[in-house]
Design a protein around this ligand. Structure first.
Ligand code: GSH
Length: 226
């Protein structure tokens, strides 16, 4: 039995985060694809609280929540480090990933899939977050400095998913002339072989989202972000 297993879903940026960290560390693992509308008994057993992917199973012990998993991976295996050593720098990484998940994901999803006034407001909110990130990134190649770190991995949604969704729904959230630093960062990030190997095929993701456009638009109405 594999020592490390990952329960994931091919189109999920959260699964992709975990795959990136495992691959950067060189950890071999068994990947188990979940059918999210029909979750497996194993997923429900290992993540009974949220019932979501990703779940990392290490020596039969489950860990849920992608950001928690990323830190666990960094602390458990040696080699490439996605977290800095300095406690203050580590605190800053935690600050930025919390900011990303709390302030960007909900707003961006609603900006892409929302309608009317709610969509307009979400677009403004998402762009405000992007402006903050643009400033944070100035003068650096990656959020992690010269190398990809935990914040870069957590921001995979900005680098890849936003671009695909933009094309599907026909909006422009991130463009080269509005966020040049983030745009360049995306290109650098997406050109990394490990990153490329942990992303879904663009066409497959576009088709998947397009086929569910109505359902996603409906679900986006209930998104509340801070
Ligand atoms: N905060 C979680 C989010 C994970 C998440 O939203 N997973 C989605 C797939 S992208 C899921 O499993 N959804 C199933 C459901 O909600 O029923 C993390 O960072 O791991």
């Amino acid at each position: 039995m594999a020592e490390v297993k990952l329960f994931g879903f091919w189109g999920s940026p959260f699964s992709s985060r975990v795959q990136m960290a495992l691959k950067l560390k060189g950890v071999s693992y068994e990947y188990i694809e979940e059918d999210l509308p029909n979750k497996s008994p194993s997923l429900l057993k290992y993540n009974p609280i949220h019932k979501k992917i990703p779940v990392l199973l290490h020596k039969e012990k489950p860990i849920a929540e992608s950001l928690v998993i990323l830190e666990y991976i960094d602390e458990t295996w040696e080699g490439y480090s996605i977290m800095p050593e300095d406690p203050y720098e580590r605190a800053m990484v935690r600050f930025w990933v919390k900011f990303l998940d709390e302030k960007f994901l909900g707003a961006a999803w609603k900006a892409c899939w929302g309608e009317g006034k709610e969509q307009e407001k979400a677009m403004e909110d998402a762009q405000e977050v992007l402006t903050t990130l643009e400033n944070e990134l100035k003068g650096k190649k990656f959020f992690g400095g010269d190398n990809i770190g935990l914040v870069d991995i957590a921001a995979n949604f900005i680098a890849f998913w936003v671009g695909v969704i933009q094309d599907v729904v026909g909006i422009n959230l991130i463009e080269e002339d509005t966020f040049p630093t983030l745009f360049k960062w995306s290109e650098e990030f997406l050109s990394c072989e490990v990153v490329k190997g942990c992303l879904p095929p663009k066409d497959k993701l576009s088709a998947f989202l397009l086929a569910r456009k109505e359902a996603i638009t409906e679900a986006a109405k209930s998104i509340v972000y801070k």
